[in-house]
Design a protein around this ligand. Structure first.
Ligand SMILES: [Zn+2]
Length: 439
């Protein structure tokens, strides 16, 4: 035994050293995945600006304090730029259709024009041609366009001078009302001027649909209305995406980011399998989806950490495509509200801003002289990416209180790694200090 005694002082030193060495987590910070360290996010979005969305669904959400996103067809609003065909003389184009069958050289021009040749049938031809084209049936799309133009030449489709919108149901909402809804915290955003099949428009007409809508929203509401947009029919057409991504920072259609998996409405894949940092999981509640089924989507969000449920709602009560009743919506939104401690219910715009800012910011955090200094660095524009980020900072175990900037008292929380505080920091004011007492 005796020879080993010489090890004792050394052992003591090691043990004592490890007693006093502070927990390395202390003074470290992270940006939480969701604000206030919640479990997941939900954005409730509505398409087409159908009046019942504002008179029935919105008041339910307002009574619960939940914000929504409304993608509106701006050409329907009084005082906005209207839908129109931009290009060569329509009479010349019409004459050409009599002798030259549709092919790849004239397809986009003809598909753009046909929607503005009057009556529902013209819009219907445009939409059906677009649907065929987007599903890869290009030859069939050419043929259908020829059929439509033949009817026009024979006077079977008359130009009434009226622009016929997709899903042409009552929509009397004014800019003044939209401004008010935006001021209440809802997002009012673009669903183009006339709801066309963007994939079959030529460049100038596609740009008009995207840019005129943006200009009207900017003029009548403001910057907060031109961040996100949705191209009609959920299009993911590459050519459209290339143009639209240059005009709007975010599209519900598609958001290519290496850290984001997108599961769109038609996809049956389960979001829980994804290993990506975030999953945007779109579900479009249709008439046949029961309240229980819709609640199960919310449960899925709460049972994981990385899911952003994006709901796409069209009809409400008895108006619009695949309507949901007032009763179902009340039950559904109340369920979200009841779980608000875990769920971040926010507009499509603000969820995008949060996750994009989190993924594109570095956080620096250091314990020094009894306080913790924290700063954020990001290349993003702080005036655009203005949604505050939640910071989680681990504090020394012996701190009995904590404050941000020496002023704002913070609640001390605890997890398996140690004691921590939560507070917000924005890219516009990216620095702060956490102290153990208020000054
Ligand atoms: Zn739509």
């Amino acid at each position: 035994m005796r020879p080993r005694l010489y090890l004792l002082p050394f052992l003591c030193l090691v043990l004592c050293f490890s007693c006093t060495e502070p927990n390395p987590i202390i003074g470290t910070s992270e940006i939480t995945k969701w604000p206030n360290d919640k479990t997941g996010a939900i954005s409730v979005t509505y398409d087409d600006g159908i009046i019942n969305q504002f008179t029935i669904a919105k008041p339910i959400m307002d009574s619960l304090g939940l914000p929504a996103t409304f993608y509106i067809i701006t050409g329907k609003v009084e005082g906005a730029g209207k839908g129109k065909f931009i290009g060569r003389d329509p009479k010349v184009i019409l004459q050409e259709t009599a002798t030259n069958p549709t092919d790849s050289n004239n397809f986009f021009e003809r598909a753009s024009l046909i929607a503005f040749t009057g009556t529902t049938e013209a819009e219907d031809y445009h939409a059906r041609v677009g649907s065929l084209f987007e599903s890869g049936k290009v030859k069939e799309a050419y043929k259908l366009l020829d059929e439509g133009y033949e009817k026009i030449r024979e006077g079977k489709i008359k130009n009434t001078g009226e622009i016929v919108f997709h899903n042409n149901v009552e929509d009397t909402t004014t800019w003044a009302q939209y401004r008010e809804y935006s001021a209440q915290g809802h997002e009012i955003a673009s669903h183009t001027v006339t709801h066309p099949r963007l994939a079959v428009l030529d460049e100038i007409n596609m740009l008009y649909e995207l840019e005129q809508s943006k200009a009207d929203l900017l003029k009548n509401i403001g910057e907060e209305s031109i961040f996100s947009a949705e191209g009609p029919y959920g299009t993911e057409n590459e050519r459209v995406m290339e143009y639209a991504h240059k005009i709007y920072p975010a599209l519900r259609n598609r958001m290519p980011e290496p850290w984001l998996e997108e599961i769109n409405r038609g996809n049956t894949k389960q979001p829980g399998q994804s290993k990506k940092e975030y999953v945007q999981w779109q579900r479009g509640p249709q008439t046949r989806n029961t309240l229980e089924e819709m609640k199960s989507w919310v449960d899925t969000v709460m049972n994981h950490q990385n899911i952003w449920l994006v709901l796409v709602i069209h009809g409400v009560e008895n108006l619009g495509w695949e309507p949901k009743t007032k009763e179902e919506l009340t039950g559904y939104f109340s369920y979200m509200k009841a779980n608000e401690d875990k769920l971040w219910v926010e507009t499509f715009r603000d969820v995008t801003k949060y996750i994009r800012a989190r993924q594109n910011s570095q956080i620096y955090s250091k314990m020094e002289n009894g306080f913790i200094s924290i700063s954020l660095q990001s290349e993003l524009d702080p005036t655009v990416y203005s949604v505050p980020l939640t910071i989680k900072t681990y504090i020394p175990e012996d701190w009995k209180s904590a404050a941000k900037s020496g002023k704002e008292p913070l609640e001390i929380l605890h997890d398996e790694k140690g004691n921590y505080v939560l507070f917000s920091l924005s890219l516009a004011e990216p620095k702060t200090e956490i102290t153990n007492e208020t000054m």
